[in-house]
Design a protein around this ligand. Structure first.
Ligand SMILES: Cc1cc2nc3c(=O)[nH]c(=O)nc-3n(C[C@H](O)[C@H](O)[C@H](O)COP(=O)(O)O)c2cc1C
Ligand code: SF4
Ligand code: SF4
Length: 277
């Protein structure tokens, strides 16, 4: 069977999950193809199965992922789809799955599986804890996540249907839940790029600009400057070799653990040539 897999990732967790699925699928003789979401891709017809994996951001999916899903052409034949979400907390992601389901329900899709895989938290500039774990703890969480993903991939292959059900997260009241969700979705993501800044340890190496998945960083006077297309994915923050990036409004990063999935090597983005201008 031909299987198409699509992900968005800041720090490699969601890619790791889909790579693990791809391994299991191909081991059983399927042909799985994996690529990053791109809003230029509107036509993904012709596969027996389509799988998505996105991180959860304040209970929802990243803005770029909902744009991508909304932009996909309606499938001609009923398309089997699975949805996976990576999250620091298992009970904080049911709403993200609902968001995906709502969009895909208009695209002639049949959801055959939905699930959440717990992976290390990467939100280093979060205004409140929890922050990324220490290395050993992160490795422990990733190993567990990998085992869970293998089980999920086998369930999917064996046509075992499971669906992640939505419950309000234990740590939040309903009011607080919707407040955080709506604030991030309608106010936060439009404005938080303005809060980025660098400590004076920044040496102008340009890595942040080269690896940003949304090309949201330009180098001006040897310092990064952020723009409104930023998805808050935390790749720049967690990969900066000088640990120089922080956010105002409570997003200090000095002394905090930095995190990315250890095998994740972000590729330079398409526009990286212009960062050398
Ligand atoms: C802006 C932002 C918001 C986040 N919000 C949540 C959240 O509400 N609940 C949660 O469990 N994890 C949250 N996280 C953690 C990520 O969902 C988690 O670390 C994810 O696995 C990162 O995946 P990636 O490496 O593929 O980008 C958030 C991370 C970021 C950067
Ligand atoms: S990666 Fe870090 S040190 Fe390099 S330019 Fe960006 S902020 Fe500065
Ligand atoms: S600027 Fe940083 S946080 Fe924003 S999308 Fe790019 S890498 Fe991610």
């Amino acid at each position: 069977m031909k299987i198409e897999l699509r992900y968005f990732t800041g720090t490699g967790n969601s890619l790791k999950v889909l790579e693990t699925c791809k391994f299991i699928f191909n081991e059983s003789g399927n042909h799985a193809n994996i690529s990053e979401v791109s809003t230029n891709e509107t036509n993904i017809q012709g596969s027996g199965l389509l799988g998505f994996c996105f991180p959860v951001y304040a209970f929802g999916i990243p803005r770029i992922c909902s744009k991508y899903l909304k932009g996909i052409n309606k499938f001609q034949k009923k398309q089997k789809v699975f949805i996976l979400i990576t999250a620091g907390y298992l009970d904080e992601s049911g709403f993200a799955i609902k968001e995906c389901e709502r969009i895909l329900s208009k695209k002639n899709c049949e959801i055959i599986y939905s699930g959440v895989v717990q992976m290390p938290i990467n939100w280093t500039t979060s205004p409140k804890p929890p922050f990324p774990p220490a290395k050993e703890e992160a490795i422990r969480i990733i190993k567990k996540g990998e085992i869970k993903t293998k089980e999920i991939a086998n369930d999917i292959l064996n046509e075992v249907r499971k669906y992640h059900s939505f419950n309000y997260p234990k740590r939040y009241s309903k009011t607080r839940f919707y407040w955080d969700y709506l604030m991030f979705k309608y106010l936060g993501i439009q404005n938080m790029w303005r809060w980025f800044n660098v400590y004076n340890t920044c040496n102008g190496c340009q890595l942040c600009a080269k690896i940003c998945p949304t090309n949201s960083i330009r180098m001006i006077d040897k310092k990064p400057v952020w723009s409104k297309t930023c998805e808050q994915c935390m790749r720049c923050v967690n990969f900066c070799p000088k640990e120089s990036i922080y956010q105002s409004q409570g997003g200090d990063t000095k002394g905090k653990n930095k995190y990315h999935e250890p095998s994740f090597k972000p590729k330079p983005n398409n526009n990286s040539a212009q960062h050398f201008a």
